[in-house]
Design a protein around this ligand. Structure first.
Ligand code: LLP
Length: 474
């Protein structure tokens, strides 16, 4: 904890300098700022060589600013760590639910990662990206895993057409797929079976997905029946098992335990003459949102998981399966910041000072949904000491639309640029048009260049899907 004196005097600069000094030792998920963050000669925050104030002038406000170097570095750290620590084959797939768009998908694909998609929309985005990148249909098929607890018939048919691996979640889906598969004699549908392994982890209740009371996956007690059913259907090419135990996890033990449990189950499938060669351990590694957060590095996480899987395989004399991890947050979370422009101020004596920005719960619904905490700086006042405690309010007509409560800031003026860190994961992807706010633009920054990757919505975009029946016109 900072002392009161430290709180008064620390500036954006102090904490950025400290961050930058330590950055060399950190993996992107342990860094509060994107890896290229700097304070430039104008004392302004710069990311990817681009001045935040200039970016906002050019592209408008609010603005998502995505640092290519941080995203690429996280992708590489995952891939290289698996190569270093796992002695079998491995694949890292990006959980696109964290942020699915053409530019991110293409960066991730160019780093050699595959994709976890959970809807026809995410599948379509990924397909379009890979097609534009000139990937062959075989390459595309190998790169995509399709998840979801209630895939529609149309989604299943699209997945079969693409020939990607379908992560089967429940009986309804398994039987629907068998029906589709058995319509054609030679059909072979690649599948993984999703399990609810019953491993708890300490994270926010709403984002736990792996414990027994979960809407996802087959319960362990059903596994024998599932294996038996699959082994009797010639249309299935069952490749392995999948589980995901939760998100924003700092502990290493749950994933290591999961590795062990899963190997035992892979081995169990042998009695049904199923040769399962893939083990998908899910995602979930946390990122550092606040100074006191202390997630393990990507390297450390991969090392722990790899060791536990290899150890379990050795003890069962089971060949090392293809080990798949599907991180989302720890790939893209720390790579992005959101820049807002400060507007009104309301002071309630002896109670609170509110400073309002030009976005809020529509571009970042995480604080109101999960009480998530974020760090921020004022991009154009990086050298000024923090002298007041304020609460950052969004502009939506909702009292709970508070981005950050009781934070230390320098004295600000309307027009200043407030920057919230760590907004790459589950911000744009969960954004809405609440109060008919157009969704912000996103720019990709690298070596002083900024490219628009998502256009700002216009008012016309907001009414594009509206339809006014003729009879309402009079
Ligand atoms: N695989 C599966 C099957 C998942 O359900 C998830 C996330 C992931 C991988 C990626 O997990 P990650 O590495 O990003 O932790 N909206 C919430 C997070 C929901 C996570 C849902 N599943 C939030 O904003 O915190």
């Amino acid at each position: 904890m900072l002392s009161t004196e430290q709180k008064k005097t620390h500036s954006g600069q102090d904490y950025l300098e400290k961050e930058i000094l330590e950055q060399g030792e950190r993996s992107p998920n342990q860094s509060l700022f994107p890896l290229t963050a700097k304070i430039n000669n104008h004392n302004c925050l710069e990311i990817g060589g681009c001045d935040l104030r200039t970016l906002i002038k050019q592209f408008g406000s609010p603005l998502y600013v995505l640092d290519e170097a941080t995203l690429r570095s996280a992708c590489r750290q995952y891939r290289e760590a698996f190569k270093r620590h796992y002695q079998g084959p491995s694949q890292v797939i990006y959980a696109s639910k964290a942020w699915s768009c053409l530019a991110i998908a293409s960066i991730v694909a160019s780093e050699g990662l595959g994709f976890d998609v959970v809807s026809g929309g995410e599948l379509y985005t990924t397909l379009k990206t890979l097609e534009k990148m000139g990937r062959t249909s075989e390459q595309i098929a190998q790169q995509i895993y399709f998840h979801g607890n209630n895939k529609s018939l149309a989604e299943l048919k699209l997945a079969i057409e693409v020939n990607c691996t379908i992560v089967v979640d429940n009986w309804f889906e398994l039987e629907t797929l068998a029906q589709l598969g058995n319509q054609t004699a030679s059909m072979s549908i690649p599948i993984l079976v999703r399990l609810a392994p019953g491993i708890e982890c300490h994270t926010h209740e709403y984002i736990r997905t792996g414990h027994l009371d979960s809407k996802f996956g087959f319960d362990l007690y059903q596994l024998d029946t599932v294996f038996k059913y699959i082994s009797q259907q010639s249309c299935f090419d069952c490749r392995g098992l999948h589980a995901h135990i939760g998100s924003q996890i700092f502990e290493e033990q749950p994933h290591q335990d999961l590795g062990e449990v899963m190997v035992e189950l892979l081995q169990k499938a042998q009695s049904y003459e199923l040769v399962l060669q893939e083990l998908n351990i899910g995602g979930g590694l946390g990122i550092r949102y606040m100074k006191d957060d202390n997630p393990p590095s990507i390297e450390q996480w991969v090392k722990g998981v790899s060791r536990s899987v290899m150890k379990a395989c050795d003890s069962y004399q089971f060949p090392y399966p293809k080990l798949i991890a599907e991180p989302g947050r720890s790939l893209v979370g720390s790579a992005c910041v959101t820049g807002y422009t400060i507007g009104s101020r309301k002071e309630i004596p002896q109670l609170r000072t509110y400073i309002a920005v030009d976005g809020g719960m529509s571009d970042n619904p995480r604080p109101i949904t999960y009480k998530s905490l974020y760090c921020l700086v004022i991009a154009n006042r990086m050298l000024e000491p923090c002298t007041e405690t304020v609460t950052i309010a969004g502009k939506h007509c909702e009292s709970g639309d508070i981005l950050i409560k009781n934070t230390q800031l320098p004295q600000t003026q309307p027009g200043d640029i407030l920057v919230v860190m760590g907004t790459g994961a589950y911000n744009y992807s969960m954004a809405s048009n609440y109060n008919r706010l157009p969704r912000p633009a996103a720019v990709l920054v690298k070596d002083g260049e900024a490219n628009l990757v998502i256009k700002r919505e216009t008012y016309d975009d907001l009414i594009r899907q509206d339809h006014l029946p003729e009879r309402l016109l009079s």
